[in-house]
Design a protein around this ligand. Structure first.
Ligand SMILES: [Zn+2]
Length: 84
């Protein structure tokens, strides 16, 4: 096996590294690319779901903000003319 500390080759059953003396029974866990994709996918899915859920709930508190048309009815663009 390869020492996680100094990357030197050791016997498969070695408990300590012959070169640096690191404990080879300890296997450090390092996240791989699949782990990153999975975790980031879950986080992104949660964010997207939370966004749409929040939109549904916040629709109840729609403050009916003024639109351009309601503020300036004299320039009603839907009728195709600025004058009456
Ligand atoms: Zn080592």
């Amino acid at each position: 096996m390869i020492c996680y500390n100094c990357k030197s080759e050791n016997k498969e059953k070695a408990k300590v590294c012959k070169k640096c003396g690191a404990d080879l029974t300890y296997i450090p866990w390092r996240p791989g690319i699949k782990w990153h994709i999975k975790v980031l996918g879950v986080i992104y899915a949660v964010v997207v779901i939370a966004f749409f859920t929040a939109r549904v709930f916040l629709d109840k508190y729609d403050r009916n903000l003024p639109t351009w048309e309601s503020e300036y009815p004299m320039y009603d663009m839907t009728k195709g003319s600025a004058t009456k």
